[in-house]
Design a protein around this ligand. Structure first.
Ligand code: AMP
Length: 293
């Protein structure tokens, strides 16, 4: 595994890989890797000849008062995991490498960035879309892998790739969970034991709605109510919405097409998100899994 910190070094390495005819897969992360990241890396190594992983805690996607300074880090553990998983290139740029002095250009993802998490984290998706566009230009991957855990991000990235004609196929892989249902997240490390127990309300609510859906319930309001009934234990429910998987528009009435049931809540000082896909036609399966759009 090669560890590179600068864009010229990265470009030279990728050029060599490409000249050797290798198909390049890319997994962008903010580090403190867990099984969710590992699953994306495995998807990449199984489909591509060379996998590039980046670890970059991107300052432009954090708002004032968010956890940029405290974001958990364990570079040594991350490096070992990447090595074990067969990553070829680990890209670890400094902030000044990605945003040199005088940097002023951003990607504006449009109205989808204002919805759901965007309403609570102004500027977050502008920062996330910008860094992903930059990383795509640096790595120039054939395939890039994202997690369904960050559902809104995956929709915005796919739209950006289409709208800006970026030459990469985006693959969205299912959320990896703990045995008790909690979606894996680097931020789970913030949860004290008591808060971690209460955090299970998110997946419990989503799974209750999913069970009702599988039993034939199609009324959006009833599905939302079923989930909401489990969410009493969180400290602040920021949103619970059933939305269209392409546009993020809210779905009401009878569910006739695939929806994403998305939740965000604060438990203690930790902000958590989760979602499930509800698909009347099973098209959810192809949304998620591994066929490029
Ligand atoms: P992060 O390091 O949190 O920015 O996440 C990097 C990538 O890993 C993103 O595409 C996330 O959606 C994905 N990811 C994070 N948590 C999970 C999870 N529990 N299951 C699957 N993918 C995940």
């Amino acid at each position: 595994m090669r560890i590179v910190r600068t864009i010229p070094e990265l470009r030279a390495l990728i050029r060599t890989l490409r000249e050797g005819g290798q198909r390049v897969g890319f997994v962008p992360t903010m580090g403190f890797l867990h099984e969710g990241h590992a699953a994306l890396i495995r998807h990449s190594t199984s489909r591509c000849d060379a996998t590039v992983v980046s670890i970059f805690v991107n300052p432009t996607q954090f708002g004032p008062g968010e956890d940029l300074a405290q974001y958990p880090r364990d570079l040594e553990r991350d490096q070992n995991l990447c090595l074990q998983l067969g990553v070829k290139v680990l890209f670890l740029p400094e902030v000044s490498e990605v945003y040199p002095t005088g940097y002023t250009t951003f990607v504006d993802p449009g109205p989808m960035a204002e919805r759901l998490c965007g309403a609570f984290r102004p500027g977050h998706f502008r920062g996330a879309a910008t860094v992903v566009a930059k990383l795509f230009n640096m790595v120039q991957p054939d395939l890039a892998f994202f997690g369904q855990k960050d559902f809104q991000q995956s929709v915005i990235i796919r739209r950006m790739v289409r709208d800006l004609n970026l030459a990469v196929d985006v693959v969205v892989a299912p959320t990896v969970r703990e045995a008790d249902g909690l979606a894996l997240s680097s931020r789970n490390t913030y949860l004290a034991p008591e808060a971690r127990t209460r955090a299970l309300a998110l997946s419990r609510g989503l799974f209750a709605a999913e069970a009702a859906f599988k039993d034939g319930e199609r009324r959006a309001e009833l599905l939302l109510q079923t989930a909401r009934a489990q969410l009493g234990e969180v400290d602040e429910l920021q949103y619970l919405e059933l939305v269209d998987t392409q546009t993020l528009d809210p779905l009401a009435g009878e569910l006739t097409r695939t929806g994403a049931l998305c939740v965000a809540a604060r438990v203690g000082r930790t902000r958590l998100i989760d979602n499930v896909i509800l698909s009347p036609t099973d098209e959810g399966v192809s949304f998620l899994h591994l066929d490029p759009l």
